[in-house]
Design a protein around this ligand. Structure first.
Ligand code: FES
Length: 139
């Protein structure tokens, strides 16, 4: 996996074993499911926004995937609380590798960014800026 530091590796394992915000919301503003096409692993993310629809209030996710994808989704779900939808839009791959704190091999980048992709696609679909059929959406 190209994991660099013990501390970060511990953190990734901890998030993998004890994922934060794991589960489903009662009344999400949007729900989106995305898949890593290279392995078929999926993540479902649910988001509740504030009344203005600008700030993320609550996030939960479920998923079936490798340690990196699940740990990354778990860490991201923590970070998304209180984030504006604009800030979510601007999260890039570097933000995710920085969050994970380890070197991610090119093979595993798709695992690392799956949660972010699901969140960004979900938000875009919610705003009517992305055709759900253009993504690998599934129930
Ligand atoms: Fe499937 Fe990592 S191997 S998301």
């Amino acid at each position: 996996m190209g994991l660099g530091s013990d501390m970060y590796r511990q953190q990734i394992l901890d998030h993998y074993k004890n994922p934060r915000n794991y589960g489903e919301l009662e009344d999400p503003d949007f729900t989106h499911v995305g898949e890593n096409p290279s392995c078929g692993d999926t993540i479902k993310l649910e988001v509740e926004l504030d009344d203005e629809g600008e700030t993320i209030e609550t996030v939960s996710f479920t998923g079936d995937g490798c340690a990196i994808s699940m740990a990354s989704a778990s860490m991201l779900s923590d970070q998304l609380h209180g984030m504006t939808v604009e800030e979510l839009d601007s999260l890039d791959t570097d933000d995710i590798t920085e969050m994970l704190g380890v070197d991610i091999s090119p093979m595993r980048i798709k695992c690392a960014v799956l949660g972010r992709q699901v969140a960004q696609d979900g938000a875009k679909i919610h705003r009517g800026e992305l055709d759900p059929d253009a993504t690998r959406t599934q129930e």
